[in-house]
Design a protein around this ligand. Structure first.
Ligand code: SF4
Ligand code: SF4
Length: 273
């Protein structure tokens, strides 16, 4: 009774009255969708754009970056779990006007939505992105790409650049360990590329999760099948949140990167000393 369906992402949550969906930020209040964290900003910083990471989009520039709370995945090695897996973190509410005015008055040509998963704040994102575009500010997404196509089709035309996670090519791992959906992520990557968004892809190489040549090879084949020119970031993992396996072996990461360079033109191992 009074339950609602959220079809924003592949979870398709049926949310009972007074409860929230898996992402923890979309609520059923009295039979209607309520967004308790609309415009709730958990973190902000002015970062080098390479930190997103984006290496082929306006290199050397600084980008004002804003983070939210909640996520539709539950990666046990999440490096930002304090904001992705929790919602109460002493954040503050800012309107889109305040955010875009700040970016505009600082003379920045772009803005990043990042740190936790921006796509679960779809409505706020749309409002901000439209306002940014109106002010000639380029929207940059840093995302897990786990969203259904109808919604992606609204967001992507407003997006100038995106770094998208491809966390593994193992569908079961995506589903059972991360709580995600590999086909949705692959479709998002293809969709973004075909809509002319500048995309770069990141795989966090996690010890005991995806650190096999077989898994990474399948990621590489998929990316190369779209374009060999898509920059690919292979990041070293460090123990975080609920995952305590040793950090990614540096030699292994460099070996994986070497193999990757046989299939893609731009491969960047990162997050290593
Ligand atoms: S966006 Fe959140 S509430 Fe909606 S389907 Fe995904 S996890 Fe569920
Ligand atoms: S998708 Fe990103 S923010 Fe969400 S749980 Fe996984 S690593 Fe954390």
């Amino acid at each position: 009774m009074d339950s609602i369906l959220c079809d924003l992402c592949p979870h398709h949550c049926v949310i009972q009255n007074g409860k929230r969906g898996i992402c923890k930020v979309r609520e059923n209040r009295g039979g209607k969708l309520f967004l308790p964290y609309y415009s709730y900003i958990s973190s902000s910083a002015i970062d080098p754009i390479e930190k997103k990471p984006l290496y082929h989009f306006r290199p050397g520039s600084l980008i004002p970056s804003f983070g939210f709370v909640g996520c539709n995945l539950r990666c046990p090695f999440c490096q930002n779990w304090e904001i992705s897996q929790r919602t109460e973190c002493g954040a503050r509410y800012y309107t889109c006007e305040q955010i875009i005015n700040y970016v505009s008055q600082g003379g920045f040509p772009h803005i990043a939505y990042t740190y936790s998963e921006p796509l679960v704040h779809y409505e706020f994102l749309l409002e901000c992105m439209r306002l940014a575009k109106k002010n000639d500010i380029t929207n940059v997404l840093v995302t897990n790409g786990c969203i259904n196509k109808d919604y992606a089709d609204m967001i992507l035309p407003l997006t100038g650049a995106a770094n998208i996670d491809l966390k593994s090519f193992n569908e079961d791992h995506y589903k059972n360990i991360l709580g995600g959906d590999l086909p949705a992520v692959l479709a998002f990557i293809e969709n973004a590329f075909s809509q002319g968004v500048h995309i770069e892809i990141t795989t966090l190489v996690v010890t005991g999760f995806n650190d096999t040549f077989e898994d990474i090879d399948r990621c590489l084949d998929f990316i190369a099948g779209i374009s060999k020119d898509i920059p690919y970031h292979l990041s070293a993992y460090h123990p975080a949140y609920q995952y305590h396996a040793p950090a990614t072996d540096k030699t292994l990461l460099l070996e994986i990167a070497k193999r990757a360079k046989e299939k893609l033109r731009f491969v960047y191992p990162g997050n290593i000393p």
